[in-house]
Write a protein of this length. Sequence first.
Lengths: 153, 153
Amino acid sequence: MKKNCAHKHTEKKQELASLTGRLRREARKITGPRAAILEILRHHPHPLTNKEIFAELPKGECDLVTIYRAMQMLEKLGMVKRFDFGDGTARFELVGEGDDGHHHHLICTRCASVVEIEECFPEEIERRIARVNEFTGVTHRLEFFGLCPGCQK
Amino acid sequence: MKKNCAHKHTEKKQELASLTGRLRREARKITGPRAAILEILRHHPHPLTNKEIFAELPKGECDLVTIYRAMQMLEKLGMVKRFDFGDGTARFELVGEGDDGHHHHLICTRCASVVEIEECFPEEIERRIARVNEFTGVTHRLEFFGLCPGCQK
DNA sequence: ATTTTAATTGCAAATCATTTGCAACTGATT
DNA sequence: AATCAGTTGCAAATGATTTGCAATTAAAAT
């Protein structure tokens, strides 16, 4: 069941207590659904869709809508990062304290397996793009696509 | 009404005849709706959503669904390129003959103005990413976001 | 430990972008 | 002008995500 799993820099699985602590600090309630969701995110290195999280959850643990609301909230608090693989479904990954979660992925266009990538768009080029166009606060969204070893028929 | 418009490499507005010619070659019919859609794309340098195309069209010229279908077809023929700015709506830009349309944009997160970017992700790094992970046919999706000069309060 | 209160949840229904079914229509070819 | 496959419009279906609202509950106050 395990997918390609080349974790270079996110191998630090956060403690559940640390996660709930962050919630508490923000005056959020630690509810059953939230603990369950965090627990699932904690154990998954790659971005998950809300449906996938829902599927991992014990049967009636919580409603899909609750997951949507939880992810919205966690994203606002900076505890999860939203990724867009271009298939019309949002994916979320837990973000470490202090970290901004910025990184990229290499996705197999056939089997959808995901590899986390260390490389990033060169800073100096991004700065030049910002300067030349007089934009400020420039970031980027970047994902790679290709055929994974197993799918190269 | 004009947005920020720094066209570096797509300043070659294709002839309508050349576009319909491509359709004809593919055994597609040149219909009123299609000609109208191509005409609009031809005159717009930046990616347009189907709704935007629809809005530009003379009132009852054609149905929104027809635009969806036309864009699907044009994308399949490689005549338009689909872009994803992460807001859940596809955008399309006309692609020159022979060109694959691969390029990126800098989008203002406040006013949504778009600037076309010449820079691309460094090839050698992409090749390394492919090699290291044993992926083939690797490409990328990349867009930049920031505050445009006019929106920097 | 019990009350109080605001945050949270579930469920149904609403939205939005996009797709699909199907019968009527129309370019392009003969 | 006849023919026929490709197209179109309209309604309805899909899929992801959001929203309204009344019932529930975690956490603070008593």
